[in-house]
Design a protein around this ligand. Structure first.
Ligand SMILES: Cc1cc2nc3c(=O)[nH]c(=O)nc-3n(C[C@H](O)[C@H](O)[C@H](O)COP(=O)(O)OP(=O)(O)OC[C@H]3O[C@@H](n4cnc5c(N)ncnc54)[C@H](O)[C@@H]3O)c2cc1C
Length: 399
């Protein structure tokens, strides 16, 4: 008899950059969604069919999720945190999402029941005191049982810690595992794993939860509740003792590929490299390449995207003349919108792409460069003289 213990192949997991991680959130934790409908929707995969609404019978308890948006969208990490709250929420629990910035995403699809937007605190404004005040206003209005935020280095992690300190709340940071009752974190410099009951503030690491939900929330948009009796939202009125000197725009070529938000990448199907690079300049996009394009000597090795090159995380990745070999796809798995330009409609990149243009790369590059150039000229002509200087260093508040 074979006595070797085997891992249950149906054990839930997510694949993260650092490998395979078990998650404890699963179908059985999807309380509130009528289970048959929810599971049917789950098994339909990407499903065009509408997903069922998560049932909230009474809103006795609130989970508050707070995160910054970027140009109207939450990043994948923030989406995972909203999903975590929605999955553990039972039928008496509402998920309220506080967004610093605008949210043009479908809030219901993210799993949120109520959404509060604070557009004036959009990135890249540096306003931690005002964000903290907005978070405290929201917490005062909704009295959440728990506050969940992404533990990132772009503002939310810092804000969550500030909030916990100010509210004298219990907090768990860098949470890598979560279920309806417990959170788990690495301890002892990563040598051991510790679990505890849910604290008041939970700062969740990326990839602990899948953001794909078998149900939707109510997605109701409401105004930022103002702090009781203080005459308007304290988010707007907090006095500051620091200055936001704004952001400085870098040439896209200077941005590391891993940090670039917009990448155009060339493969073996691109022959006019100069036109391709000129397009990148016009679009303000960083340049990437497939291994073949690098091996051919068209690009330096640091431009290579893929398993043996860079893993990129762009919001938009345009692949010109790239077949989409598995090694290349590995490098773009975290990209949000992939656009492919390829003559071959059966190339593997087409399956990965959100949009594919079946065309020759050379005329497509030329047409795109023309269209963007004309659009830029048109925009320049309509701008008042002072707005066309390109000055992008801003001073919002005086010290
Ligand atoms: C161990 C190992 C590691 C690897 N690591 C990487 C890696 O990190 N990154 C990487 O990219 N690859 C990597 N590779 C190589 C990978 O397997 C592929 O060979 C490579 O990605 C193919 O590059 P390509 O798509 O540019 O070229 P091709 O496979 O030649 O594909 C070219 C594509 O362009 C299209 N095309 C051709 N002409 C035109 C045109 N005029 N207009 C429009 N479309 C056109 C074709 O239809 C085709 O789909 C690795 C391979 C191995 C074995």
């Amino acid at each position: 008899m074979n006595a070797i213990k085997r891992i249950d192949p149906r054990r839930p997991f997510v694949i993260a950059a650092s490998g395979l991680k078990r998650i404890t959130l699963g179908e059985q934790a999807v309380a509130g969604a009528t289970s048959d409908d929810a599971l049917a929707a789950l098994h339909r995969g990407h499903g065009q069919a509408p997903k069922p609404r998560r049932v909230v019978e009474s809103n006795g308890r609130t989970l508050l999720v707070a995160a910054h948006s970027d140009r109207g969208a939450l990043d994948e990490h923030a989406r995972q945190v909203v999903a975590a709250a929605a999955i553990v929420a039972d039928k008496n629990t509402e998920v309220v999402l506080l967004v610093f910035g605008e949210l043009t995403d479908d809030a219901a699809a993210l799993g949120a029941d109520k959404v509060v937007e604070v557009p004036e605190l959009a990135r890249p404004a540096f306003a931690p005191d005002r964000a903290l005040a907005a978070l405290r206003d929201c917490a005062a209005a909704f009295k959440p049982a728990h506050v969940l935020m992404p533990d990132n280095a772009t503002g939310d992690g810092d804000l969550g810690r500030r909030y916990a300190a100010r509210a004298k709340a219990s907090v768990a940071t860098h949470v890598v595992e979560i279920d309806a009752a417990h959170v788990g974190c690495m301890a002892d410099a990563g040598r051991s794993f510790a679990t505890r009951a849910w604290p008041e503030v939970i700062l969740l690491d990326a990839e602990a939860v899948s953001s794909k939900l078998p149900f939707v929330g109510a997605g109701e948009r409401i105004a930022l509740p103002s702090a009781g009796g203080e005459g308007g939202s304290s988010a707007a009125s907090t006095s500051l003792d620091y200055a936001d000197r704004g952001t400085t725009q870098l040439d896209a070529a200077q941005v590391a590929l891993e940090e670039a938000d917009f990448i155009i990448s060339a493969g073996n199907g691109v022959t006019d490299i100069a036109a391709f690079e000129a397009l990148a300049q016009t679009l303000g996009a960083a340049v990437g390449a497939s291994r073949v394009a690098v091996d051919n000597g068209h690009f330096t090795r640091d431009k290579q995207v893929g398993a043996t090159g860079k893993t990129v995380n762009a919001s938009v990745y345009i692949a010109f003349g790239i077949s989409g070999a598995v090694q290349h796809l590995q490098g773009i798995k975290d990209c949000r919108h992939v656009i492919a330009v390829n003559l071959d409609a059966s190339a593997p990149i087409v399956k990965r792409a959100n949009l594919t243009v079946i065309a020759d790369t050379q005329p497509t590059i030329a047409a795109l460069a023309d269209a963007v150039g004309q659009a830029k000229q048109g925009r320049q002509a309509t701008l008042p003289p002072s707005a066309s200087t390109g000055a992008n260093v801003r001073e919002d508040v005086a010290a």
